[in-house]
Ligand binder design. Structure first.
Ligand code: IDP
Ligand code: MG
Length: 136
């Protein structure tokens, strides 16, 4: 899968980090083929995070991701772009993320961990269709 979806979450946009984070991907050689500042609706948030619907933090997660604009984008790379992006993001909990990763350089809080990236080829295809139906 050459394309993958990223979301720079409301915390990243509020902190003015869109440019810094996108620069990392561009320096690495990934291409931004679609991107937009967009406030994610509750309906889309629930579809996007459906796998977590039964988790205790689901309500908090939907509230967070919809609270202010995100930057949603599609990145293109040579192959398995989702895997490259995930490795650049760092682990889910920024407090434990390796320095040099996005979460490891900019975050400390589990919920407000700056960025979403598709976690496999099926997720990438599904998420691109959800956010950018015109390019999938
Ligand atoms: P990922 O974003 O690294 O794939 P997931 O386990 O898929 O991590 O969780 C989705 C998102 O839900 C996380 O990025 C984070 O924002 C939030 N989250 C995960 N675990 C918790 C938690 O225990 N409390 C609050 N929010 C959480
Ligand atoms: Mg995930």
């Amino acid at each position: 899968m050459k394309n993958t979806l990223i979301i720079l979450k409301p915390d990243a946009v509020e902190r003015g980090l869109i440019g810094e984070v996108l620069t990392r991907f561009e320096r690495r050689g990934l291409k931004i083929i679609a991107g937009e500042v967009r406030t994610i609706s509750e309906d889309v948030a629930k579809q996007h995070y459906a796998e977590h619907a039964q988790r205790p933090f689901f309500g908090e997660l939907v509230e967070f991701i919809t609270r202010s604009p995100s930057f949603v984008a599609v990145l293109e790379g040579p192959a398995d772009t989702w895997r490259i992006v995930r490795s650049m993001m760092g682990t889910t909990n920024p407090a434990e993320s390796t320095p040099g990763t996005i979460r490891g350089d900019y975050g400390l809080e589990l919920a407000e961990n700056l960025i979403h990236g598709s976690d496999g080829p099926e997720a990438a295809a599904r998420e691109i269709t959800l956010f950018f139906p015109q390019i999938s």
